[in-house]
Design a protein. Structure first.
Length: 492
């Protein structure tokens, strides 16, 4: 690979321009503008004209196939009630859709309730599957229940494992079609400065990513997760966290061993120490533990001993406490995915055990009103980024796309401002500063471009350290580089 000299760049917060020399996919020099050594004399030159340069951004938790499908599904995000959602379905059916697949409803604050009969009344024999924004529930009609062979309860809602099984069936798209959709999503991500993602699609991911990144010109680095149903196969095939998949130009690596131990806040299945209001007499008033502890520990131990780092989903405070117990019993490190509601004493355990808090700050903006209702009196312990950071816990920011947009600038803005849509900040005491948020969004590269780092870079039109929260959220990205290779550019 030929050398590349990025001239006239600026590091965030610094007034002086610098030149950044990239050679063999690595940052070889960062020197005052015009002071590059002979090593850069034969390099291809790109004038950044005073734009700001930062390490490239990583989204540490995505479902990339589902994110790629969102734009091809009925958008339910704006529906404020079951009736409004049903009206959207009716319009799609009246437009002649042979099957309606929707995404994005949030029913935690609806004034009315979902029901099988309501959906049947607007859809007839057209199958309808509506996937909740948190991916932990699906609202189906009778025609869809028959088509997919599921038992739909009176409210028509499939939760947790029943939902996951149906979503996997919906995701069973021909490889060439899905690969094209995912490629489009990857290009959009690169345009936001993204150089890498951790993909937690609930399928056997190794073959998908080996196929997509064959030849090494894919625009993103991808680490793929492994779910319990594939763990034995992964170990038998010798997959180890961090190892490179051959033939992908070192772009695809094996990620962690994923397990889901509870549900979600919006579905009221996140496992908590305190009951959810309004669920008196419900089968699971405290939420749901989806893996028993005596199954979780051996599962994590088998993954760890097989060379796969555990990455464990926990949202409720009881789930998080139990997962930390399991990490301590197994004696390994890893990550807790989401870590939304915590006890204060468990923050210190994250730090002591060396567990990464893989968090999605935009969820706090989406869920603040739902949390105020269902976690009333406890929201000082929700999405507590500042307390985790202050305890020395490693933060890894992500989106959980399609739950939130695959855009690290959205996550950074939420982490820094704890506000959106002109509202007052929600628990601003848990905000972190932009340097910390940037460092938590670069896959371990820190907040500043330095010699020796892999040349995964983003070029910005604004100084992120001087930007407002709204300006962070909409940060214009002029160029993105992966290993010194330009994957996105609008430079003139």
């Amino acid at each position: 690979m030929s050398a590349l000299l990025l001239e006239g760049a600026r590091l965030p917060g610094a007034p002086e321009a610098v030149d950044v020399l990239v050679a063999d996919g690595v940052v070889a020099e960062v020197v005052p503008h015009g002071a590059s050594t002979d090593a850069g004399s034969d390099a291809e030159r790109v004038d950044l004209d005073g734009r700001w340069i930062v390490p490239g951004l990583h989204d540490r938790h995505v479902h990339l196939s589902q994110w790629a499908m969102v734009s091809r599904r009925l958008d339910l995000a704006g529906a404020a009630s079951a009736a409004e959602t049903a009206a959207l379905v009716r319009a799609a059916v009246d437009a002649g859709e042979p099957e309606v697949i929707g995404f994005g409803y949030r029913d935690g604050l609806w004034p009315d309730a979902a029901s099988l009969s309501l959906l049947d009344a607007v859809s007839g024999e057209v199958p309808v599957v509506l996937v909740a924004a948190d991916l932990h529930a699906c609202w189906v009609n009778s025609a869809a229940a028959r088509r997919h062979g599921v038992d739909a309860p009176g409210d028509g809602i499939l939760r947790e494992d029943a939902c996951f099984r149906l979503v996997r069936e919906l995701d069973d798209v021909a490889d060439d079609v899905l690969d094209g959709w995912v490629a489009d999503a990857a290009v959009r991500a690169a345009a936001r400065g993204v150089v890498g993602v951790v993909d937690y699609e609930m399928r056997w991911n190794r073959d998908d990513w080996a196929r997509r990144a064959a030849g090494g010109d894919w625009p993103l680095r991808v680490a793929f997760g492994i779910y319990p149903q594939h763990l034995d196969r992964a170990i038998a095939e010798g997959l180890r966290t961090g190892e490179v998949v051959e033939g992908t130009g070192r772009l695809v690596t094996v990620g962690g061993a994923k397990a889901i131990t509870d549900g979600s806040l919006n579905t009221r299945t996140a496992w908590c120490f305190d009951p959810y209001p309004g669920l008196d007499g419900h089968e699971h008033p405290y939420g749901l533990a989806t893996i028993a502890y005596d199954e979780l520990v051996p599962l994590m131990r088998r993954a760890h001993e097989g060379g796969l780092t555990p990455a464990i989903h926990a949202i409720g405070d009881r789930a998080n406490a139990r997962v930390l117990d399991a990490f301590e019993e197994v004696g390994c490190r890893g990550s807790v995915e989401h870590a939304q509601l915590l006890r204060h004493e468990d923050v210190a355990r994250f730090a002591r055990l060396g567990i990464v808090a893989s968090v999605q700050p935009e969820h706090a903006m989406d869920d603040r009103d739902v949390a105020d209702k269902y976690w009333a009196g406890r929201t000082d312990r929700a999405f507590m980024l500042a307390e985790l950071q202050g305890a020395g816990v490693e933060l890894a920011l992500g989106s959980d796309a399609p739950v939130a947009p695959l855009d690290p600038w959205v996550a950074i803005a939420a982490a820094v401002g704890r506000a959106r849509d002109g509202r007052e900040p929600w628990h601003p005491e848990q905000a972190i500063d932009v340097r910390a948020a940037l460092a938590a969004s670069t896959g371990g590269a820190g907040h500043e471009v330095q010699v020796g780092l892999r040349a995964d870079l983003a070029v910005l039109e604004r100084d992120p350290y001087a930007a407002s929260v709204d300006e962070l959220r909409t940060m214009p990205v002029a160029a993105t580089l992966v290993g010194g290779r330009i994957t996105h550019a609008t430079l003139r």
